[in-house]
Write a protein that binds this ligand. Structure first.
Ligand code: PGA
Length: 236
């Protein structure tokens, strides 16, 4: 069954979150993961919904004001964590922190969902695969081979995020095959690869024709419960 991760980003106030949870709590979708802001995670967990954080501190614990540690996420029932989202890479220059964040998550048994993707300029210059290779290599530096099996990648072309633009199915298929082969050749484990970037309940049918996709990371469409539900129901 394909995984569907809803990344709410910095959206929804408390009352909206309560309505949202009410909508989904009886549905019992075992393949759907919700990534609200940190402060709402426990509400989702209490409703027995599977949760991911949108980020994690690169530090272990202690005097890091504003950070949330992997051990704290673990203690709240968080099972997955998005790391290396392009919005964090760009807004906070986090590229070099991603590897430490993955270590912190793995120490706690939380599954990292590592976002990788190229800019439009890199794509136009034929650099997509080399950019992805570097992002994978940097993220997995010094990670034990047998830990790699507990990692999920999300291929998110930066130019497709929030823009309504999506690569051709053949392009997504090629990139996903590349990521899977690269990781398998280097670490000898098969990884799941999700696609993210402007996925919605209208275009999901076309994306579903891609044979090697393991699921979707959904931003904008996930913050509306009806639209997200309609997307979920179209995923096989
Ligand atoms: P989007 O965001 O679906 O709004 O394009 C995807 C993401 O950033 O994970």
């Amino acid at each position: 069954m394909k995984l569907i991760v809803g990344n709410f980003k910095m959206n929804l106030e408390y009352g909206e979150v309560i309505d949202y949870i009410d909508y989904f709590k009886e549905k019992a979708y075992s393949n759907v993961i919700f990534a609200p802001s940190y402060l709402y995670l426990s509400k989702f967990h209490d409703a027995k919904l599977t949760i991911a954080s949108q980020d994690v501190s690169k530090f272990d614990k202690g005097a890091y004001t504003g950070d949330v540690g992997a051990f704290q996420l673990k203690s709240m029932g968080v099972e997955y964590s998005i790391v290396g989202h392009s919005e964090r890479r760009n807004n906070y220059q986090e590229d070099s922190d991603i590897n430490s964040k993955i270590f912190r998550l793995q120490e706690q048994g939380i599954i990292p969902i590592i976002c990788i993707g190229e800019t439009k300029e890199e794509k136009d210059n034929g650099l997509c695969l080399s950019v992805l290779k570097k992002e994978i290599k940097d993220a997995l530096k010094n990670i034990d081979n047998d830990q790699v099996k507990n990692i999920i990648f999300a291929y998110e072309p930066i130019w497709a995020i929030g823009t309504g633009l999506i690569p051709q199915n053949s392009e997504i298929e090629e990139v996903i095959s590349f990521i899977k082969k690269y990781v398998y050749d280097k670490y000898l484990f098969h990884v799941k690869v999700l696609y993210g970037g402007s996925v919605n309940n209208q275009n999901i049918g076309v994306l579903e024709l891609i044979p090697n996709i393991d699921g979707y990371l959904v931003g904008g469409c996930s913050i509306n419960q009806e639209k997200f539900d309609s997307l979920i129901q179209k995923v096989k």
